[in-house]
Design a protein around this ligand. Structure first.
Ligand code: FDA
Length: 393
């Protein structure tokens, strides 16, 4: 005999837990299944262990999707303020770090404990260490076959996330279920991910790994003003992670180094005051020494500033404004914070996250083709889409 529930949610991550809370509050008999040994593992490691749980400025413009309008309804009905109210009701201390990013003062575990307490209060049940072997549908209800027995439910919510960080249990299972039910998908790729550089460039960057500098990272018309970090494999740091979601293999990105500094004016003033100093010495007042050295070496600049022809310092200023890189690849799902693409929003109802063609089937969180910027946006999407499905399932 199969167990019966009203709603089965596969995935005890941010989206699944929120959905369980909302569905439970409506009196639905909810069971959350997860193959992991602990719930909310990505919440636990997020934000360096402090969980950047939302962004107070989160709005549709902060999300990538084949249909940029799709996320509007869910985001409007469950806002960053709604989540913050929940955090404050549980007396979790928080702070704004930068750019509207809200973090726990103490630990991301506070957020997991809060969600589990809310879930328990709503009467929803959590079953961990449970692998799902098959999902069947007879037209009216779903049969979720697990290694420990079968559960039947009128509604099935897929909240199993994307493909990022397989080591943490990411499986892409939601995409397989979407395929089984004939739902269209947008091609998936790694997002918010460090970019790699070719061996020759890396060799030229010797000594740079670990160096960070404020930049504007650009790809086409998209730009982000944050820090970039040189690494042993290529480029990382918030500005690079942000732009990586817009970049595709083979394309260029450009960095404007220290956009707050007018290097033409800096070099002109230095030439007047002390033309005998080396160009990299002047640059070093505004960027890490090793970076200053690399830039002058790449342009073949040697000797004192006073001896440099104007065309060379002009080229230097231009390079600092528009330093081009053509990364051959990214570090991929191994380190990506999110998966771009996923279940095509055209197949889903934007108010409820329900599959239009399969009554009772829902997709939420990262599994859906809605991906946020770095900075608390992805959790806000998980809360908002989980809330939307929880109101309907
Ligand atoms: P999530 O991946 O959280 O949960 C999916 C659940 O499904 C997991 O518990 C998994 O075990 C389970 N599952 C998967 N396959 C299964 C299967 N076959 N059977 C059963 N269960 C299965 N975002 C943000 O806004 N602020 C931040 O600070 C960070 N920081 C951050 C750091 C790092 C290192 C990463 C990798 C990611 C972030 N993110 C983030 C992104 C954020 O973690 C992500 O967008 C959300 O966790 C997505 O929530 P979901 O609930 O959709 O999936």
């Amino acid at each position: 005999m199969a167990e019966r529930r009203d709603v089965v949610i596969i995935g005890a991550g941010a989206a699944g837990l929120m959905c369980a809370i909302e569905a439970g509050k409506r009196g639905r008999r909810v069971l959350v299944l997860d193959h992991a040994r602990a719930p909310g593992e990505k919440i636990r490691i997020s934000g360096g262990g402090r969980c950047n749980f939302t962004n107070i400025h989160a709005g549709p413009k902060n999300f990538l999707s084949a249909n940029p309008h799709f996320c509007k309804s869910a985001l409007a009905r469950y806002t960053p303020r709604d989540f913050l109210d929940l955090v404050e009701r549980h007396r979790i201390a928080w702070h704004e770090k930068t750019l509207g990013q809200l973090f726990c003062d103490n630990s991301a575990k506070d957020i997991i404990a809060m969600l589990l307490a809310e879930m328990k209060a709503a009467g929803a049940e959590l079953r961990l260490s449970t692998s799902i072997s098959a999902v069947e549908h007879d037209g009216s209800s779903f049969r979720i076959v697990t290694e420990n027995g079968t559960v039947e439910a009128a509604s099935l919510v897929m909240a199993s996330g994307g493909k990022s960080i397989p080591k943490m249990g990411a499986t892409g299972f939601a995409y397989r279920i979407a395929e089984q039910f004939g739902l269209p998908q947008v091609e998936t790729r790694a997002g918010l991910v460090p970019l790699t550089l070719d061996p020759a460039t890396l060799a030229a960057h010797e000594g740079l790994p670990g160096v960070a500098v404020d930049v504007i990272a650009r790809h086409g018309k998209t730009e982000f003003s944050e820090a970039a970090l040189f690494t042993h494999r290529g480029l990382s740091g918030p500005a690079i992670l942000q732009i990586s979601s817009y970049w595709r293999e083979g394309e260029e990105i450009a960095l404007h180094i220290r956009p707050d500094v007018d290097f033409a004016a800096v070099l002109a003033a230095a030439r007047r005051e002390n033309g005998r100093q080396a160009v990299q010495t002047v640059l070093s007042d505004h960027m890490p020494k090793k970076l200053a050295q690399l830039v002058v070496t790449e342009l073949g600049i040697d000797g004192p500033l006073a001896e440099q022809p104007a065309r060379r310092t002009d080229a230097l200023v231009q390079k600092l404004k528009d330093w081009r890189f053509r990364p051959p690849g990214s570090e991929g799902y191994r380190t990506a914070e999110v998966t771009l693409g996923g279940v095509d929003t055209a197949a889903l109802d934007s108010r409820s996250m329900a599959a239009k063609a399969v009554p009772g089937l829902y997709f939420i969180g990262e599994a859906v083709d809605v991906t946020g910027w770095l900075g608390g946006y992805n959790f806000q999407w998980a809360w908002a889409s989980g809330h939307a499905a929880g109101q309907d399932a």
